[in-house]
Design a protein around this ligand. Structure first.
Ligand code: SAM
Length: 279
């Protein structure tokens, strides 16, 4: 498998690290407490689009810091040379990029539509507030990753991978995760949770999943003290292995398929994780 080749291509220490990683995964697993949040109703009151509310939801999730640590642990296994330029595709507020800087990566870049300034999180990396498809940093990256991002459909995933290809150096490695349809098909198609009900606002989240298309729609319903309501929704796709294979140009990339339970980056196989090496 390509991933084994990646690992064996480097030194013995790394091989040992990798096998240890597989053994310790079980202990590293983080219990699912996704909706046990630390949200503040005054902050929610000010947010008025899906991305801001979704990001605040993630930011306040108690399990996210654990996920960030395990995800960065995995990136470190593949992104060996910490001096090489690394790109965080659709980096959000920079939860992963900031952690890579802490782990001594010297050239970390990130791009996102939004800077999420309301979170007051410093960005200790080279951030561009830009649409990914317009992003022209003027360099090629040895390492790129797109983690915990949402793809509305196969075409969007194909476009993201094509742009990643445009920005990658000859010997690049890419780590990308997508939601796994096989996992989602086994979970209830309807979901509802009251996230917070604290004056002056109530926030509810609901999800509906269509297993025929693999598309899940998430809705946030915000109710103010005067009973005025605002609804924000977003749809994203869960992918089969075949759908992912159809989105990748095999002439340009060698690819290895993993899942989040194997990598330890999530506590189940919610994610399909792709390790791509430029041909
Ligand atoms: C679910 S968040 C994940 C953020 C980050 N990858 C993380 O793991 O925390 C998805 C992010 O993708 C960004 N995004 C979506 N489409 C984009 C595009 N075409 N260009 C730039 N950013 C985009 C959104 O603004 C949002 O911050």
């Amino acid at each position: 498998m390509l991933f084994k080749q990646i690992i064996t291509a480097y030194n013995n220490k790394n091989i040992i690290d990798m096998s240890l990683k597989y053994e310790v995964n079980v202990q590293e697993l983080v219990k699912p407490e996704l909706y046990n949040t630390k949200m503040n109703s005054e902050v929610i009151l000010k947010l008025s689009n899906f991305d801001d509310i979704g990001m605040y939801h993630n930011y306040t999730s108690k399990v996210m810091p654990g996920y960030t640590q395990t995800e960065c642990g995995f990136l470190e296994k593949v992104f060996i040379d910490k001096k090489e330029p690394v790109l965080d595709v659709m980096c959000g507020y920079g939860r992963i990029a900031n952690e890579l800087v802490k782990r001594n990566y010297k050239n970390v870049y990130g791009v996102d539509f939004s800077d999420y300034s309301f979170l007051n999180v410093d960005k200790d990396f080279i951030f561009s507030k830009d649409g990914f498809f317009h992003y022209q940093p003027g360099i090629l990256f040895k390492y790129l990753y797109s983690l915990y991002n949402c793809y509305e459909n196969k075409e969007y995933l194909r476009k993201v991978i094509a742009k990643i290809t445009e920005l990658s150096a000859d010997n690049a490695f890419v780590i990308l995760d997508v939601f796994n349809k096989e996992w989602r098909d086994k979970i209830d198609s309807e979901f509802y949770k009251l996230l917070i009900d604290s004056f002056p606002v109530k926030l509810e989240v609901s999800r509906h999943y269509d297993d025929a298309t693999g598309v899940e729609t998430t809705k946030y319903l915000k109710t103010m003290s005067d009973n005025k309501q605002e609804e924000y929704s977003f749809s994203q796709k869960f992918f089969t292995q075949t759908e992912i294979e159809e989105s990748i140009d095999y002439k340009k990339w060698d690819i290895d398929f993993l899942t989040s339970d194997v990598v330890g980056s999530r506590n189940n196989n919610q994610k399909r994780i792709l390790v791509l090496k430029r041909r």
